[in-house]
Structures are given as C-alpha cells and as structure tokens.
Design a protein around this ligand. Sequence first.
Ligand code: FAD
Length: 393
Amino acid sequence: MIDIDEFEAEVDAFLGSRYRPRDPDSDDERADTISRTPDGHDALVDRARELQRALAAAGLSGVELPVEYGGRGLDRRYAKVIEHALRRYDAPSLRPLGIGMHLAAATLIASGSHEHKQRYLPPLIRADEQWCQLFSEPDAGSDLVSLRCRAVRDGDEWVIDGQKVWSSYAANAHFGLLLARTDPEAPTPHVGITMFILPMDTPGVVVRPLVDIAGGRHFNEVFLDGVRVNDDAVIGEVNKGWGVSQGTLGGERSGYMGGSGGGRRRRQVVKAACIAGAMDSPVVRQRMMEVVTAERILELVRDRFVGGVLAGANPAAGSMMKLAAGTLEQRCSELIAGITGAAGQAWDPNDRDGDIVSHDLNATRQARIAGGTHEIQRNLLAERVLGLPRDPK
Ligand SMILES: Cc1cc2nc3c(=O)[nH]c(=O)nc-3n(C[C@H](O)[C@H](O)[C@H](O)COP(=O)(O)OP(=O)(O)OC[C@H]3O[C@@H](n4cnc5c(N)ncnc54)[C@H](O)[C@@H]3O)c2cc1C
C-alpha cells in the first residue's frame, strides 16, 4: 500500500495543478454548495461530476473501494486525505454525488452481488452514473418501517407502485436505492421489505422537483406507477431489505452526515464577529470558543470513527455523529444570526450573498431532519447505548 505521506503529495499535486489554494477567509466554499435556481442546481451537479471524473482519471476517486471494482484498495484514511485536501483548494463541492459515493457504494459493497459491484461501482466512481435514495414516503419518514410502496412479483420481474418523497438529487440520478414492501402479510413489518436498484429512466417513474425552505432545489418527490424491474435488481435477499437499509442509514449518519466541515464553521463565526465589530465581546468570544471546541472534537471523533478505531464499537455511533454535527451546524448559524442582528436579516437584492445569514438560519434546520431526525437519534442512543426502555409506539 502506498505510503500515506506519498499519497498526500500525489493528491496535492493533482489539486494544485487544477485549483488555487483556498483563501481561508473566503466564503467561496459555502457559495459553491448553494443554488436557488434550477440552472444553478444543475451547474453545481455538473461541477461535482467534472471534478470527480478528473479525480477518477487520476486514480483518486473511490480509493477505499476494491481494485476489481474500480477503486484502489486503500483504506478509509486515504479517502480522508482527499476530503481534507479538497477543502484546502478552491475546488467544487462533491456533495451532489454523496449519495452514490457514501450510501450506494457502501450498500453495494456490503450487500450487493458480485455482478452488482462489477456493473455499478466503476461508473459510480467515475461519476458517469449518479444515485439517489428512495426510502422516505409521505407517511413513512421517522417510522420508515411503515412504508407502503409495494413490489409484486410477476414472473422474472417485479411491479412497483408507490410514492417517495424528499429524494435528494433524484432528478439528476440514473439509479435509486429503493425500499418496497414485498410481503404485506409478514408477521412484523420489518420482515417483508426488499431493497431494489431502480433505473430512474424506467417507464412509470415520474420525478417532480420540490423547493426547500431556503430555496434549495435538490429535493424531489418520486411517483412509481406500474414500474417493472428484473429480479436481479434485488440487493441482498427478498424480504430482508430492512437489514440492508440499516447499513445504508448507518453509513449516511456517520459518513455523509457527520462531517465536521474542516474549520468551516469556525471561519464563518469569526468572520461574522469581525464584520460586526463583536470580537471583543466576552459573550461572543465564549460562544465562539464553544463552536471551535465542538467542531474540533467532532473532527477528531469522526476521524477515529471512519478510521476504524470506533467502527463497529457500537451500532449507534453513526447516530452520535449525526446528532453532534447537526446540533453544531444549527448552533453556529444561530450564533451568527445573533452576532449580525438586524444586518443579517435585511439585504440588497442585488447582493448575491446578501441573504447568507438568513439562508443559513433556514437551511441548517435540515441538518436536524436529514438521515433521521434528532429525536429519533436520541431514541436510538437511549435504547441501544444507554439500555433505556424502548420508545412507546
Ligand atoms: C436535507 C434532507 C435530505 C433528505 N434526503 C432524503 C433522501 O435522499 N432520500 C430519502 O428517502 N429521504 C430523505 N430525506 C427525508 C428524511 O429521511 C426524513 O425527512 C426524516 O426521516 C423525517 O421523516 P419525516 O420528514 O416524515 O418526519 P416525521 O417522521 O413525520 O417526523 C415529524 C416530527 O415528529 C418527530 N417524531 C417522529 N417520531 C418520533 C418519535 N418516535 N419520538 C419522538 N419524536 C418523533 C420527528 O423527530 C419530527 O420532529 C431527507 C431529509 C432532509 C431534511
């Protein structure tokens, strides 16, 4: 295995030849993850794909995945090197591809067949194919197990009918990880759910975009009407998709959701305090230190978690990461709104980033909901870590 310092030099050489080092005081990294128009949204996705294609061509995408499926057979520490390096350069955000890279890849590796891995992982790594997650339904979010989307076997095929919602990047995706009920008569609802790979261009799939509270465009609702997929679209075993999905969600909470931002929040808070002339306020300084400390702790715990030190130590570790990261995200935007006061709530419409404070105050609410709400994460921690009585249904 390549020495990690040598690898870091390889990553730096690649990024340094394409992008300028990021100005630590700039808001560019944030602006790059926001879009308020359909064109702006698609441009973010295109930029992410372009970067990932270039990374893949240089052997720097999906490095922790097995060589036979297009990866480089390195461990998670090497993927972290790339994540950290990307933040040091003026490179686009890879977030629009996160569901494929973090959720779909992990699910296929853990539960997919050899044929699945061979077919789907290489184009996913090269960003030739994008993925979405089709779990939540209008009446099944926190209580996902009550999902009603049905898949009925018909010869070698399955016929799927139902509705999904909050499906991030579904309008840009080529495939979805879909949960559907395949045995409505099963004694418990956890049994009788199956996970499918759904090609998003299958007849009967209709995707309608939704706009979120902050004007973002990544959400969609997905309608499935008589959609036919082959038997080989099943991931894992028929009626055992609940177990498969728990692996997907664990990966989402710890990897995709539990990110620490590499000092991003600290920089945002300090910048807001400088502009508002509040750096000398003891109250502001105290609260800034809380953000700095929490962000650093989160970063260290996440490194240990993804590096394998804590991995497997407890199945609820992902909930812990998600809860901590989401809470910090929201606290930080509230602190900035408090520091900037009225100046953060009114802006010149011609100023592209004038609504930054107001936008973040709204947008960070999502961090408390995505991947399972904070109330649900607390329930999981209470039950699985602290051994408290189960949540009364
Ligand atoms: C940014 C973002 C991206 C998302 N992307 C996707 C995606 O790509 N694919 C996908 O399938 N889904 C996605 N979701 C959906 C997400 O998983 C659900 O929104 C989430 O699980 C909550 O479900 P719900 O919205 O139906 O809320 P509900 O389950 O209706 O919850 C409503 C409120 O009741 C509380 N509550 C519910 N049950 C309990 C309980 N037992 N104890 C205490 N409180 C409870 C909740 O905490 C919440 O405050 C995304 C959501 C967000 C915000």
